[in-house]
Design a protein around this ligand. Structure first.
Ligand code: FES
Length: 617
């Protein structure tokens, strides 16, 4: 006999899931497409998946007792990864625990691409002579001659239809070709040109753009959260998931492929075109994301020496990836530089032209991971650091991603602290840019020491504004905190405060980025003030304020502000180039091969540089 399923009602969305008793709340929510934040991948080590069980609450387990106060437990707060469904439940998922309305950077520096004269997929009108006595050349050969494509290759299913198709088209139409391969025949009056989709497959977010293959015109753009976040927020937790579960790789691949298919469907709906006309899909992501999307084993990326399966670009059929486009559409996945410097960085290099910059220049991509590429005297060095968790809100006590309810701006003006909240909502937590702002302001006012120590109210400089002094309080364990929003001002009725540990996490993240930059500069024998330009890319990079990023030491020091330039979503911009030009694809391959991968974890100077960079400048 089957166990009866029970109803779990989620609020405020009103979605209802019927699940078997024993299913964890985080899984029940995922069944109805509600993604609860789970930076630790449901291991119970981050405390970020807080939900309030309004009815049907069960006894908390020891992990929940560790993360939640007695008051919170008494009022139904639980961790969605720890609480299992025992009977019907009503569950509130607060904004701070939802992954839904993420602020996603879709903008690229150059919104349109000039048409390339060597597109990977091209259309060619044709008119071929019907077969007749005296010319018994096969249909494919007559077409080959007409198209001037020798030898013309085609799949068996297309060959099977060729004679009928030519006949029904009265021997004229438009051929769609990828190199010498015939992908399909379109009628002469085909209203739609061949389409291409460029995709940025980020650890946290997915962004797709629909393009006319021939003109490069952008038809629509679409973004959403990477549903793999339910398996963990960073690449390592997803690799771990793939390692620990027999069908983990399959689940991870399926999740992202489904999301990409939904995006493609939405893009085509927005542009009022048919998915069947998408002949080319070009993808850029970090090494792990690319391998997961392709269903390639990621386990070696989780252990020394972090070896990718392939460094070269991958060319295959879109259908082999499970993509819902033309059945013979081609797919291109960017080449990678190393285990943690992937196709998104190559795409960024392609889009920004860093390799051809006049003087020394640096590309800094601050996403869930941080990647840095330095160009000097024609040489390229690239490194990656685990910068992202703090900037994405993970490992920060009140941290959340940049979505509605996140404090994203902190300013001290006229002696008072002002906060900016995304969506103009009541604050529910703080995201990366808010954290950087807060740290920079506290450093300026001498409340946070260069060593990262948060002072107590009675230790502050005499001229500290009273509004800042009153925000220096103690948590129930007697540890100093800085309150950004009082319980009465916040969405969940609890104070939003930064702890000493939060500032340590920020020091670690910013220090890792800066140490990486310093070591690359050292390889090139350069000082930071010799950099002609620093390009900031990535979802998070565009929301940070230059002076504050510099104040906390996230960016190289002694740089004039005009040398720092935000370049938007460079990964998407590079994928777009790759979608439109063969030459761009060749350039991507060359860039990937000539970039020297610097493994910071084995660099003997890294620990010292990191320790130095941990001190706020
Ligand atoms: Fe639940 Fe991390 S504690 S996901």
């Amino acid at each position: 006999m089957r166990d009866p399923e029970v109803l779990v009602r989620f609020r405020p969305s009103g979605r209802e899931a019927y699940v078997l008793p024993g299913v964890r709340l985080i899984e029940a929510a995922a069944e109805v497409d509600l993604i609860v934040l789970s930076p630790c991948g449901g291991e119970g080590t981050c405390g970020k998946c807080r939900v309030r069980v309004a009815s049907g609450v069960t006894e908390p387990n020891p992990v929940e007792r560790r993360w939640l106060s007695a008051d919170e437990l008494a009022t139904g707060w639980r961790l969605a990864c720890q609480t299992s469904v025992a009977g019907p439940m009503d569950v509130d998922i607060p904004a701070a625990s939802r992954s839904g309305e993420h602020q996603i950077l879709v903008r690229t520096e150059s919104p349109t691409e000039p048409p390339a004269d060597d597109p990977p997929v091209r259309t060619q009108p044709f008119e071929v002579a019907p077969p007749r006595r005296g010319d018994d050349a096969p249909d494919s050969l007559r077409l080959e001659r007409t198209l001037n494509q020798e030898p013309l290759e085609m799949d068996l299913p297309l060959l099977r239809e060729l004679t009928d198709r030519l006949q029904s088209m009265a021997y004229r139409g438009t051929a769609v070709l990828a190199g010498h391969r015939l992908l399909d025949l379109e009628p002469d009056d085909a209203a739609t040109d061949a389409l291409a989709v460029a995709l940025d497959i980020g650890t946290t977010t997915l962004v797709g753009e629909l393009l006319y293959q021939r003109t490069g015109e952008s038809l629509a753009i679409e973004a959403r959260l990477n549903p793999q976040t339910r398996f963990g927020d960073d690449v390592l937790s997803r690799i771990l998931y793939a390692r620990q579960n027999d069908d983990g790789l399959e689940q991870l691949q399926q999740a992202v492929v489904e999301a990409v298919n939904e995006m493609i469907a939405t893009l085509c709906r927005k542009a009022d075109v048919s998915q069947r006309h998408v002949y080319n899909v070009t993808l850029a992501g970090n090494t792990t994301m690319q391998q997961l999307l392709c269903g390639v084993d990621v386990r070696p990326l989780g252990q020394l020496p972090f070896t990718p399966a392939s460094a070269r670009a991958m060319n295959c059929r879109a259908v082999e990836l499970g993509l819902d486009v033309h059945p013979r559409a081609i797919a291109y996945v960017m080449p990678v530089i190393g285990g943690f410097v992937g196709g998104d960085t190559v795409a960024g290099l392609l889009a920004t032209g860093l390799a051809d910059a006049d003087g020394p220049a640096m590309l800094v991509d601050i996403g869930t991971n941080g990647e840095i590429v330095l160009q000097a005297n024609g040489r390229l060095w690239a490194a990656s650091t685990a910068a992202g968790p703090a900037f994405e809100g993970a490992r920060i006590s009140c941290g959340m991603r940049g979505c509605d309810g996140a404090i994203e701006k902190v300013v001290v003006a006229d002696g008072r602290l002002h906060i900016g909240v995304i969506g103009n909502a009541a604050p529910a937590g703080v995201c990366g840019s808010g954290l950087i702002d807060a740290a920079a302001e506290l450093l300026r006012h001498g409340i946070l020491s260069p060593q990262g120590q948060l002072l107590a109210a009675d230790q502050t400089p005499v001229d500290t504004p009273p509004d800042l002094v009153r925000r220096l309080q103690f948590d129930p364990q007697g540890k100093p905190i800085f309150v950004l929003a009082e319980p009465s001002e916040s969405a969940e009725g609890r104070a939003i405060a930064l702890t000493q540990r939060d500032f340590r996490e920020l020091q670690l993240a910013a220090g890792a980025m800066r140490a990486g930059a310093i070591l690359l500069l050292r390889r090139a024998g350069l000082r930071s003030d010799q950099l002609g330009e620093v390009l900031i890319a990535g979802g998070f990079g565009n929301f940070i304020r230059r002076s504050n990023a510099e104040r906390i030491g996230l960016l190289p020091q002694r740089l004039e502000h005009h040398r720092i330039r935000y370049v938007g979503n460079a990964s998407l911009a590079g994928a777009r180039r790759g979608a439109l030009s063969q030459q761009a694809r060749q350039a991507a391959e060359q860039l990937a091969r000539r970039t020297e991968h610097v493994d910071l974890s084995t660099d003997p100077d890294f620990q010292e540089a990191f320790a130095d960079a941990m001190i706020f400048p």
